[in-house]
Design a protein around this ligand. Structure first.
Ligand SMILES: NC(=O)c1ccc[n+]([C@@H]2O[C@H](COP(=O)([O-])OP(=O)(O)OC[C@H]3O[C@@H](n4cnc5c(N)ncnc54)[C@H](OP(=O)(O)O)[C@@H]3O)[C@@H](O)[C@H]2O)c1
Length: 282
């Protein structure tokens, strides 16, 4: 099996590398040096390699910056996956691509299923929806996997940011009106690998089990590290961020459990495991 991981230095990319090394599976790992927006370079790179699976972990994830710098977001999140879909077809390879709960507006009232139509409210969400459409319309064989609130080693995420904020402050305000499901890269990688083996291609929602608000998640993290400050509930509009975030964007993983045979661990267990991985709890 020849595997190419693009965007391999990000959170998900690093988890894939660690997992494949542990399993003794060979892979090619590239990051920005193999720019997924450059189709010619992509073709040159694969020309002397046997690749059966392309796992795209590359993305533009700066949600607020994307409001102004939308061309970069559209290019990396929209055109990048299109290039990879074309390349996968040329190689007769399978494309694994990740998207986000931010393709939804968060107004549905409850869980989003794979049946629901994207309705993004930010440029980032639009760029990811464009990538989804390109993968679905072009790739012959693909896994399109929506995640939300991703955390793992390799980049800043909500857990590492909350811990940093807690070190400089004795009062923290975190929003109660953004609700979704955290996704731990180590759990996502294992589930993706199990999914790839089934050859049951298509669209999936994949997150840790259960859901919470950003406030509840921060409380859980801060209790675990015995922070003694005061955590206060806040509302999103108080922070004046350039990009809007969905209110309730929990992804229902209907279809996934039926194929891989299990539910992913709870977000609480996943948070504990990450805090252990980075040495903050035993
Ligand atoms: N992070 C989240 O909360 C979240 C939520 C839902 C879904 N997702 C999706 O989950 C997937 C994995 O996210 P992640 O958090 O692991 O991402 P990440 O940590 O931000 O990593 C993305 C990687 O892609 C690289 N990259 C950027 N532009 C590239 C290009 N043109 N060509 C090749 N590589 C490029 C980045 O390099 P630089 O750092 O040098 O730019 C970075 O190493 C993405 O599809 C993301 O959209 C993430």
């Amino acid at each position: 099996m020849g595997i190419l991981i693009t965007g391999s230095k990000g959170q998900l990319g690093q988890s894939f590398q660690t997992f494949f090394k542990k399993e003794g599976i060979n892979f090619f790992a590239t990051d920005v040096e193999l720019d997924i927006t450059n189709f010619k370079k992509l073709r040159e790179y694969v020309s002397n390699k046997d690749i059966d699976i392309i796992i795209n972990c590359a993305a533009y994830n700066a949600v607020d910056n994307a409001e102004n710098d939308w061309q970069s977001a559209y290019r990396i999140n929209g055109l990048g996956p299109k290039n990879l879909a074309l390349l996968a077809n040329e190689l007769k390879a399978v494309l694994v691509h990740y998207s986000t709960d931010y393709v939804f507006d968060g107004h549905k009232g409850f869980l989003y299923t794979i049946y629901d139509k994207p309705s993004p409210i930010s440029k980032y969400g639009e760029s990811k929806a464009l990538g989804e459409r390109n993968v679905q319309n072009i790739a012959n064989r693909f896994f399109l996997v929506r995640l939300s609130w991703v955390f793992g080693k390799g980049n800043d995420n909500f857990i590492t940011k909350t811990i940093k904020w807690s070190r400089n402050k004795n009062k923290l305000r975190i929003v109660i009106d953004q609700i979704s499901s955290p996704s731990y890269t180590n759990d996502i990688v294992k589930a993706t690998y199990n999914l790839i083996k089934t050859e049951n291609y298509g669209l999936y929602h994949m997150t840790n089990s259960g859901y919470c608000s950003r406030y509840q998640w921060a409380k859980y993290i801060l209790d675990k590290i015995n922070w003694e400050g005061e955590l206060l509930p806040a509302l999103s509009h108080e922070f004046h961020t350039p990009a809007k975030r969905p209110f309730l964007s929990v992804l229902d993983s209907f279809g996934l459990e039926e194929v891989i045979g299990y539910k992913l661990p709870s977000w609480q267990d996943a948070t504990n495991n990450f805090l252990k991985e980075i040495g903050l709890i035993k």
